[in-house]
Design a binder for this molecule. Structure first.
Ligand code: MRU
Length: 364
C-alpha cells in the first residue's frame, strides 16, 4: 500500500536520463496512485487526450517536456531537417485537445527556442529546449502561488468557497490556480469551508479536487453539480473560485462544462465568481467566447464511464461538450499572477499584459 500523500507527488516531471515524461495517471485517482513514464509521441498524445494528465497548466508543462523529449530523439545535425521534424511533432501534440490554450502556448514557446537559436548546433538547441521546459515548470509554481496571494485578498477567514472541476495541484505543478488561495489560507489559519462540485461527466471535482483538499486537511464538502443553487441559497458560499482553459480578450472564459451554470446561479444569489487565470491561459488573439473552440468528447463518457453498467439506453443521442463559456458579465474578477482584472476586461487584461511585459507586479 502506498503511504504517501497525493500532495507529495509531482503532477508532471521530466526524467531526462530515461527519456521520459512522468505523470500521475489521473484517471486512476483517487483509488490508485500510479506514476507512468511516457516516451513516444503517441503515448504523450494519448495521455493528454485521455486526461491522464489534464488541467490547462499541467497540459502545457507536459507538452513542453514532451516536445523536448521528442526533439532530443531527432537524429540530425542539419537545422532545417531538425526544424521540419520538430514542427511535425509539435503539430501532432497540439492536436490532442483544442480548448486549453496552454497546450499551443507551451508548444509555441518551445518552437521559439528553436527559431531564435537556429544558428547554434542542433545539440545546443536541444539543451536550450530542456532548459526552457524546466523553466516553464518552475514558472508555473511561482505563478500559481502569486494567484493564490491575490485570490486570498478577495475572501476572509471562515468564508465558504465553491469550486468546480479541478483547478488544483493536480491541474498544475503546485498549489493549483483556483485552489491556491485555499491552500495559502489553510497555511494561514483561514479555516475556509469549501464546496467541491463533483463535475459530471468525468468527475474531476469528486475524484481529484475533493481528494486533494481532503488530503490537505481542508474542510471540504463534496456536492453534486445540481446542488450549487442549494448551498448558495443557504448562504453557505461567499465566493466561487474556478480555473479556466482559455480567457478571451473580452473576459469571456471557457472552463469545464457546468461553470457557466454555477456563474449564472451565483449571480442570482449575489455570490462573486472569480476566474483564476495564469496569463498563459489568457488568449488576447481570441476576441470573444464565441471564437473559442469547445472540445466535444465521446458519448460513452456520459453513458458508461465510471459506472459498473451503462446508465443510459444503448444508442441514445448524447451531447458531450467538455467546456462551456461563462460570459464576462457574470465574472467579478479575473485573478492573474499580475493582479486582479475587473470589467471592462478588454482594457484590464491589456493592462495585465503590459505589467507582464514590464516585468512588474507579480506577487513574491
Ligand atoms: O478536462 P480537464 O480536466 O482538463 O478540464 C480542466 C478544467 O476545466 C480546469 O478548470 C482548467 O483547466 C483550469 S486548471 C488550473
Amino acid at each position: 500500500m502506498n503511504e504517501r500523500n497525493i500532495m507529495d507527488y509531482e503532477t508532471v516531471a521530466l526524467d531526462d536520463a530515461n527519456n521520459a515524461l512522468v505523470i500521475i495517471d489521473q484517471t486512476l485517482l483517487p483509488g490508485r496512485t500510479e506514476l507512468i513514464s511516457l516516451h513516444t509521441a503517441q503515448e504523450i498524445w494519448d495521455a493528454i487526450y485521455l486526461l491522464k494528465v489534464r488541467g490547462a497548466p499541467a497540459i502545457g508543462v507536459a507538452a513542453a517536456f514532451g516536445i523536448y523529449l521528442l526533439a532530443k530523439q531527432i537524429q540530425t545535425d542539419d537545422y532545417a531537417v531538425f526544424y521540419e521534424e520538430f514542427r511535425k511533432q509539435k503539430d501532432y501534440l497540439n492536436s490532442a485537445r483544442p480548448t486549453a490554450v496552454n497546450l499551443s502556448w507551451a508548444l509555441n514557446r518551445m518552437e521559439q527556442v528553436c527559431v531564435q537559436n537556429q544558428d547554434l548546433p542542433v545539440a545546443e538547441i536541444k539543451d536550450k529546449l530542456k532548459a526552457e521546459s524546466i523553466l516553464m515548470k518552475e514558472e508555473d509554481i511561482h505563478v500559481c502561488k502569486a494567484i493564490g496571494e491575490y485570490g486570498l485578498t478577495l475572501v476572509k477567514p471562515g468564508d465558504g468557497i465553491l469550486t468546480h472541476c479541478n483547478a488544483g495541484q493536480l491541474a498544475t505543478c503546485k498549489y493549483g490556480t483556483a485552489t491556491a488561495p485555499i491552500y495559502l489560507g489553510q497555511e494561514r489559519g483561514y479555516h475556509f469551508r469549501v464546496f467541491a462540485d463533483e463535475t459530471r461527466p468525468l468527475l474531476q471535482g469528486a475524484r481529484l479536487t475533493s481528494y486533494e483538499l481532503y488530503s490537505s486537511g481542508v474542510d471540504v464538502t463534496l456536492i453534486c453539480d445540481n446542488m450549487s443553487a442549494t448551498v448558495m441559497r443557504n448562504g453557505w458560499v461567499n465566493a466561487v473560485f474556478v480555473g479556466c482553459d482559455r480567457v478571451a480578450a473580452n473576459g469571456d472564459t471557457a472552463n469545464k462544462i457546468g461553470t457557466s451554470v454555477v456563474a449564472t446561479v451565483a449571480k442570482r444569489y449575489h455570490v462573486p465568481v472569480y476566474i483564476c487565470a495564469p496569463t498563459s491561459t489568457i488568449d488576447m488573439n481570441t476576441p470573444t467566447g464565441a471564437d473559442i473552440t469547445i472540445e466535444q468528447r465521446p458519448a460513452h463518457e456520459v453513458t458508461d464511464m465510471w459506472y459498473e453498467k451503462p446508465m443510459a439506453p444503448a444508442g441514445v443521442k448524447v451531447f458531450n461538450p467538455a467546456f462551456d463559456v461563462t460570459d464576462h458579465d457574470l465574472i467579478a474578477g479575473i485573478v492573474t499572477e499580475y493582479g486582479i482584472a475587473r470589467e471592462p476586461y478588454t482594457e484590464s487584461l491589456r493592462e495585465i499584459f503590459a505589467l507582464k511585459k514590464a516585468g512588474k507586479g507579480i506577487c513574491p
